[in-house]
Design a protein around this ligand. Structure first.
Ligand SMILES: [Zn+2]
Length: 300
């Protein structure tokens, strides 16, 4: 069987329809597959995590200005998969997890992975953006369907007051790896014409299978052409990645932040510690001696 090569991940920003709307388009196939592997995720969990990571990458790409900018997206829909937490870090790095990466449910009536059922729809979507201002920006909206794209479209429209169209898709191959994933955010710019709104509604109808488009097209430019004819201008490109920023130094600092007494107790009672990073599934082991060294630095 011929193995189709997977096109590289990419993200771009463009204006379309006489610059009356902004578009962010991302291919995240490799990123989503890395997340799946990292968390040993079931196809359903890979779809939930992949869609949310893709949106987080788009959100990071569209809002970051400085190298220390960060954002955190939390979906808490009271569904069977539990909480979904994703972080974006500049330039376009993302990390994330779902509480139950093993969740498996029957396919929905369209024969697709039932993301809405897994996430649930009675809860909130929370976005915290730390853009180097005095206070982080916190936005919150009610989850609509748990299908994630609709939930983010509602979030943008209600919480950020920007009418938006969102499509997200993650296709999982029968051999369980992700073979097509991506997403698009389309935002109306102030003063856009009725004609542009009508044209965007027509574009919206073509977005029902964005993951298939990611498999069919070798370049994002090809997808832009299909969706917007020749009426677009690409302004910026980057590469989104799945990457965790945890390290032993960070965990050291977290342990020190617990305070001397707590850490001493951990050292005396357990003679060591195992700390787990839930974003990248890495365990950091500390021997009694290593904890002693940390206690020593705290005294000094
Ligand atoms: Zn980590």
């Amino acid at each position: 069987m011929e193995e189709k090569t997977i096109a590289p991940d990419e993200i771009l920003r463009a204006t379309v329809f006489s610059s009356e709307a902004a578009v962010y388009l991302a291919r995240t196939t490799q990123l989503c597959d890395k997340a799946r592997q990292t968390h040993h995720a079931s196809p359903l969990a890979a779809a939930v995590l992949g869609r949310t990571l893709t949106m987080t990458a788009i959100m990071a790409f569209s809002s970051f200005k400085n190298e220390d900018d960060r954002l955190t997206v939390t979906l808490n829909g009271n569904g069977l998969i539990g909480k979904v937490v994703c972080c974006g870090m500049a330039p376009v790095d993302v990390k994330g997890y779902v509480e139950d990466p093993n969740l498996d449910l029957p396919l929905n009536e369209k024969g697709k992975l039932d993301v809405g059922w897994a996430v649930g729809n009675s809860g909130t979507l929370t976005v915290i953006k730390d853009l180097g201002l005095k206070e982080p920006y916190v936005g919150r909206s009610a989850l609509q369907t748990g299908e994630i794209a609709e939930d983010f479209a509602f979030y943008y429209t209600v919480s950020e007051q920007t009418p938006s169209l969102v499509a997200l898709g993650v296709h999982v191959h029968p051999d369980l790896h992700v073979d097509g994933a991506g997403g698009i955010l389309i935002q109306l710019l102030p003063g856009c014409s009725d004609e542009t709104i009508t044209r965007l509604e027509q574009v919206g109808e073509k977005l029902s299978s964005i993951s298939t488009m990611m498999m069919e097209y070798d370049t994002l430019d090809g997808i832009m052409q299909t969706l917007f004819d020749e009426d677009f201008k690409i302004l910026q490109r980057d590469t989104p990645r799945f990457r965790c920023d945890c390290s032993r130094e960070r965990i050291d600092r977290a342990l020190i932040a617990m305070g001397y007494e707590e850490l001493k107790k951990m050292r005396d009672e357990d003679n060591g510690a195992d700390l787990w990073c839930n974003f990248c599934n890495t365990t950091y082991h500390y021997s009694g001696e290593q904890l002693d060294n940390l206690l020593e630095t705290m005294r000094g």
